[in-house]
Design a protein around this ligand. Sequence first.
Ligand SMILES: Cc1cc2nc3c(=O)[nH]c(=O)nc-3n(C[C@H](O)[C@H](O)[C@H](O)COP(=O)(O)OP(=O)(O)OC[C@H]3O[C@@H](n4cnc5c(N)ncnc54)[C@H](O)[C@@H]3O)c2cc1C
Length: 403
Amino acid sequence: MIDFTVPPEIEHLCDNIRAFMDAHVYPLERNVEIRWEPKGPVYPAAIAAVQEKAKQAGYWAFHLPKEAGGAGLPFMYYVFINEILGRSPIAPACFGSAAPDSGNAEILWQFGTPEQKERWLKPLVDGAIRSCFSMTEPEVAGSDPRWLRTSAKRDGDYYVINGHKWFTSGAHGAAFAIVVAQTNPEHENPYLRFSHIIVPTETPGFRIARSVPVMGQDDNHHAEIWYEDCRVPVTNRLGDEGMGFVISQARLGPGRIHHCMRWLGMAQRAFELMCQYATQREVFGSPLARKANIQDWIAEARADILAARLMTLHAAWKIDTAGASAAREEISLIKFFGAKMVHSVVDKAVQVYGGAGVTEDHPLALFYRQARLARIYDGADEVHKMVVARRILAQYEGKRPRR
Ligand SMILES: Cc1cc2nc3c(=O)[nH]c(=O)nc-3n(C[C@H](O)[C@H](O)[C@H](O)COP(=O)(O)OP(=O)(O)OC[C@H]3O[C@@H](n4cnc5c(N)ncnc54)[C@H](O)[C@@H]3O)c2cc1C
């Protein structure tokens, strides 16, 4: 039976996180620019100071188990925390759970050797280094990664990696990349041809060609990278050879839900801003809040947020009780529904604000960009719809048991 009751200690924790956000995170939003530099500090000083406070308070790395250096929350309760963090674009970094480091830490924890954990996971969880995840390539469709071209050829105890990637988020200044490369091109099953390999960014042949500006923003976040005869020891491989996509699923499944949790917070904040503004702004003799179409948007947005929240909780409950693999359909459902929801709610809030909504004076313009991107990364809407529909139809075709 699904039980969405929130235990008092989690309620209490949420109250404390809200207070922490009020005191340390929101005031920073307008004053800190996150722009990653190849040789810059791991985090801007102001963020590093908040990170220290978060660590001292025990609010660090909520996504990881205690043994891995995290707070060890069950997935369900992480929804409540993460939707609070989603209210501010800088909060995940402040609390040690920013992507792509959070996902990389999870797979290093699950699949890493003791040596890999010591060398890479520990400093990553501490926030002493950052990392990136390098899978997507410009030449082939990221939606169908069986055709990725980057190769990792064995040469004794080394892999020699050659390939071209882009959208490697966070590569500037990262200590290492986890690269998805073909190690077993001859394998008859295309899903068993790839491995995840840790490539320190100081390795000769790791070359950032450019930062890819996205929707008018050039903050050094998304990198285009060439791997040119990059030699790394075979011991840098995560898991067994050919297990790359299995690891990707382990990473992306729960990782997608992390995003959905945050979108709830982003949508809720946009919703609150929209309601406040609608009661204050007068047009044609009355506040916007009195106009029927604005009321319609407010009711629609409330329903969308609530529906997405229940679906997110349901998916998290399924992950907690049956595992990420059993929750595949629920994860895909909320990935496309949640992305559509946050895009639609933020769009309404921007419209209510008029010109002010598209300026950088309010967080809405940034939210809008992020919401639009949400419909593409970690699987475009259409890919998740395909996954859901195929699984449902397989039941009618007699290939899967009917639910
Ligand atoms: C902000 C952002 C951050 C990212 N960060 C990273 C990162 O850190 N590391 C990394 O490796 N990658 C990253 N990516 C890349 C991302 O994973 C890919 O963009 C995504 O997987 C889609 O691949 P593609 O861009 O090659 O689009 P394509 O696969 O070429 O797809 C193009 C479009 O085709 C449509 N489509 C696809 N499949 C179907 C289908 N079956 N039926 C109907 N229509 C379909 C969809 O509308 C899709 O948008 C990031 C992307 C963004 C936008």
